[in-house]
Design a protein around this ligand. Structure first.
Ligand SMILES: *Cc1c(COP(=O)(O)O)cnc(C)c1O
Length: 802
């Protein structure tokens, strides 16, 4: 869309930049801009970010087209000024939608929108060129961005739409204007924004006002009622249910139905009822859209019953691996490359890619497009696997090597180091072998960390802050046992203000992995002071002798943080020492006090609120004294996670978030946090034991009736305390509790699985949703902090993004 046209559609004020660009790409995060002249930067106002604050950065990347809600100083740029940039974006997308006349499927419902969208897209791509929402783009922002992807090469579109409050669906309807709908189901999710389920259902059904047909499952009566209420034309389906318009008869793995004189017979090997429901939504839609049973079957056979996700793993030799070996289409590649770009810029970025199958594009055009994507994402080298990539290697303008198979690639034992490697390929190519080659740890026990949950917890805490209050996040002790580098990188991406660590080596590791944020260190050993400037690190100074030593050995000192003792009685200056501190500071004007802080001993405990208040008052008094003496105002900060929630009057200029980010609410006052990590292992072996047998060291596990005992691959060397032994803890296997039996060993533990119908190789949840870290803490008489930080470094970390 040309700028002039855009201005006309939006009826906006235009400050011309002297060129009429043709806008193809919408950018709302300056870090994702490439600076080409077909990009439009949209400054969106969110809860905590305002895109208008990043205009200079966007301009610096080369962007010269801006959609803004107020005029800015941006030389040589087109500025389009509108009252609300999100509404404007929706209008643009809506206009863009109307330029395309091919079928558009809109999917809504409480659950499973993304998976139904993904599966339907795979089924449809057997016959047509499909455009679909990236990831779970189903919001007021995600939907217009998805619809913007539509172009003339596509033949069919699949978009999902989600709402959390009354009144939102009309906007999304205007943007998507589906010609066919799928209403997946109605559950309890997001119930808060609605009066009741029927009302929620009717609101969601507003998506379908232009749809010629809406597909739903007959037994979801609330859905059917809502469609009837709006008089939307609809087609129901169900299993063994003659009342449904399309009734599947199932025998073993064979699914049959007839509808309007046509019949469909499919082979579906899956058994999980939930997967089957989601799959049949997609099957019915594809069939009614005109796909043949053969094409649908081919699509089903290529599906994977696991949601699409990206996994970030640590590789050997300071590498990170972004494991995306499930599918390989252009859009998925583009999503994965965006994600790769969020990794630290210091590291080289390598892409290992297989041939892209079934793109429907002519190979030269396809790989030219891949080349452009790789170049725009600043990829340093490409390693290609497959004959098509071999044949088209000359199209790539970045250094590249190609192999015809994965085995050829592995035989060449390529060297990797200090880089982030995206491994992406169609399933048939077996690129998971490459991942195994690159991985640092092959131990079967994994701490799986969910990046979305961390982001969620971060936003929960941000909601407690006044605008302008800064946020320091504590990433000490390997980020509470989770993984310092990965967490810090995520936090840098989400623009927290400071990181806090306990020791110098933790901070240096952060700098070496490309973290630029200010870092405060609580306990620097005095012999290492000179390294602080080298790595731009700000120390906590807690005593007069420490301050003097710092002044002595650091000619060019980094700003410091003064720790004030107010009642924790651990580290810090007494009030009485501050006058001498002031004298020293005045005599050494080169040193700057970046912050003044204290730590409350009992911010989480109601019984000690009087004491906390006393600490707060002492701190205020100390701050007063210091800021009167210095002629500038250092950042004042005092509270930890519990204090953020319980002590808003003591937020001062900054807060220190710790355990809350990692999913545990130490204040006991919010249910909103999500567990961020799941410790998983596997069953190594199962033994059938008769009454009278014993299990493990010292014969502590006594068998009183015939039992099945599973050995699982985790022990106290992994951080699974011996206190969990002898029935004091359970693990979850296929959703069932299995209690420990006998003593926990160094590398293994035995659990009782009698009657649970489990087998060797099954996954075992040690902690996560259930049992939670709080459960494990209770069972071993400690606190969740210790459960988290105890997970040994030998356990593999995998960071998941959905
Ligand atoms: C660890 C730590 C925090 C974070 O505490 P949480 O209870 O985990 O939020 C804050 N301040 C200091 C000084 C700490 O050592």
């Amino acid at each position: 869309m040309h700028i002039q046209e855009l201005v006309a559609v939006l009826e906006a004020q235009h400050i011309a930049g002297g060129h009429n660009a043709n806008i193809k790409k919408l950018v709302f995060d300056s870090r994702k801009a490439t600076g080409s002249d077909d990009e439009l930067f949209i400054a969106l106002k969110g809860l905590h970010h305002d895109g208008h604050q990043f205009l200079a950065q966007a301009h610096a990347t080369g962007i010269r087209n801006f959609l803004l809600s107020s005029k800015a100083d941006l030389p040589e740029s087109n500025q389009i000024i509108v009252p609300n940039t999100l509404t404007a974006l929706q209008s643009l997308a809506s206009k863009h939608r109307l330029q395309h006349t091919y079928p558009v499927v809109g999917i809504t419902g409480s659950n499973a929108k993304t998976i139904v969208k993904e599966w339907l897209s795979t089924l449809l791509s057997q016959k047509w060129q499909v455009v679909k929402s990236p990831k779970s783009y189903n919001s007021q922002l995600g939907v217009p961005l998805s619809v913007w992807e539509m172009n003339d090469q596509h033949e069919i579109a699949v978009f999902e739409a989600g709402i959390s409050a009354s009144g939102e669906m009309q906007n999304l309807q205007q943007v998507i204007r589906p010609t066919m709908g799928i209403f997946t189901n109605i559950g309890e999710a997001h119930a808060a924004g609605f009066a009741n389920q029927a009302q929620k259902s009717r609101e969601k059904a507003l998506l379908f006002s232009t749809a010629e047909n809406v597909i739903y499952r007959y037994s979801h009566h609330i859905v059917g009622d809502a469609l009837t209420y709006h008089q939307h034309p609809a087609t129901s389906w169900d299993i063994h249910c003659p009342e449904a318009a399309i009734n599947f008869e199932v025998q073993g793995s064979t699914y049959r139905c007839t509808y309007q004189g046509k019949s469909l017979k499919l082979n579906i090997r899956w058994t999980n009822a939930w997967d089957i429901e989601n799959l049949l939504h997609a099957v019915v839609a594809a069939w009614l859209l005109g796909e043949s049973p053969e094409e649908i079957q081919r699509g089903i056979d290529s599906l994977k019953p696991v949601p699409m996700r990206l996994e970030l793993k640590r590789g050997r030799n300071h590498t990170h691996i972004l494991d995306d070996t499930y599918n390989n289409d252009l859009q998925g590649l583009s999503t994965a490359l965006d994600y790769l770009k969020q990794q630290p810029a210091q590291k080289q970025r390598t892409v290992i890619l297989s041939d892209i199958l079934q793109s429907g594009k002519e190979p030269t055009a396809l790989y030219q497009e891949v080349n452009t994507l790789l170049k725009n994402h600043e990829i340093s080298r490409l390693i290609g696997v497959g004959s098509a990539l071999q044949k088209h290697q000359h199209l790539f303008e970045i250094p590249s090597t190609t192999y015809s198979t994965v085995d050829d690639l592995l035989r060449a034992t390529p060297h990797f180091g200090q880089e982030t490697i995206l491994v992406k390929g169609a399933r048939d190519f077996g690129l998971e072998k490459v991942v195994r080659y690159l991985e640092e740890k092959s131990h079967g026990t994994v701490l799986e960390v969910n990046f979305e949950s961390i982001q969620h917890n971060l936003s929960v805490y941000r909601q407690y802050l006044q605008p302008g209050t800064k946020l320091m996040v504590m990433v000490k002790a390997f980020a509470y046992g989770v993984g310092t580098e990965e967490i810090a990188n995520l936090l840098q991406y989400h623009q927290v203000d400071y990181l806090g660590v306990a020791y110098l080596d933790e901070a240096i590791a952060l700098r070496e992995s490309g973290i630029q944020l200010p870092i405060m260190i609580m306990n620097v050993s005095w012999e290492h002071f000179e390294l602080l400037s080298t790595f731009r690190l700000e120390p906590e100074i807690y005593s007069l002798s420490m301050l003097k030593h710092y002044l002595e050995v650091c000619p060019d000192p980094m700003p410091i943080h003064l720790k004030i003792e107010t009642g924790m009685n651990r580290l810090g200056f007494e009030y009485e020492e501050l006058s001498e501190v002031i004298t020293l500071l005045k005599a050494n004007p080169s040193i700057k006090v970046a912050g003044v802080f204290t730590h409350f001993s009992s911010a989480d405990s109601q019984e000690e609120d009087g004491y906390t208040q006393q600490q707060g008052e002492r701190f205020e008094k100390a701050c007063q004294l210091l800021s009167n003496a210095l002629n500038y105002a250092p950042l004042r900060y005092a509270v930890n996670s519990a204090g953020i929630i319980r002590w808003p009057q003591y937020h001062f200029d900054m807060v220190r978030l710790g355990i809350g980010l990692y999913g545990f609410d130490s204040s006991g006052s919010t249910q909103a946090l999500r567990p961020i990590s799941t410790l998983k292992t596997r069953i190594s072996q199962i033994k059938k034991l008769p009454a009278g047998a014993t299990v493990g060291y010292s014969r502590k596990g006594k068998i009183t009736q015939p039992s099945e005992i599973a050995t699982i691959a985790i022990g106290y060397a992994d951080g699974y305390s011996r206190l969990f032994g002898n029935g004091n803890a359970y693990v979850l296997i296929n959703g069932q509790k299995a209690y420990t039996i006998g003593n926990v060993c160094m590398d293994m533990t035995m659990v009782d699985v009698t009657g649970l119908n489990v087998k060797a190789g099954d996954e075992v949840i040690v902690f996560g949703e259930d049992p939670s870290i709080a459960d494990l803490a209770r069972w071993s008489q400690t606190i969740p902090y210790e459960i988290l930080t105890n997970v040994s470094q030998r356990v593999k970390r995998v960071f998941v993004s959905e």
